[in-house]
Design a binder for this molecule. Sequence first.
Ligand SMILES: [Zn+2]
Ligand SMILES: [Zn+2]
Length: 132
Amino acid sequence: MQNQQVLTKNQKIVLDIIEKSSQPLKAYSILFDVKKRGINAPLQVYRALDKLVEIGKIHKIESRNSFIACKNSKCQITKATVFSICENCEDVKEIHDHKLSEHLKHYKDNKGMKYSKYNLEFFGLCKRCIKN
Ligand SMILES: [Zn+2]
Ligand SMILES: [Zn+2]
């Protein structure tokens, strides 16, 4: 299983920082944090980020250009990610909706394109922000 992939020291440090954050982190704030742990080369950090995204340990929130730890071990296998983003407080959550993923898994358009992955972002207001 690829899940058992051994992480390098740099990848572990970067993953640890992202996992400990409750919100998605921008690359520059990850760079800032890893410095304290002895990684000074941005290139090493970007490489670690790329690899972690590739193996599904973290996801990139494209619209926010930031990174979040994966909360669902299946993402790597399904190559499918869905996020809900609150436009008011910037709260980001990974969504796991079986119905939605089943629907999208079999999604076809009439252009004959065969899809291999998707990355969706839904925008709106979270429960807390609706109340206030
Ligand atoms: Zn995930
Ligand atoms: Zn909110």
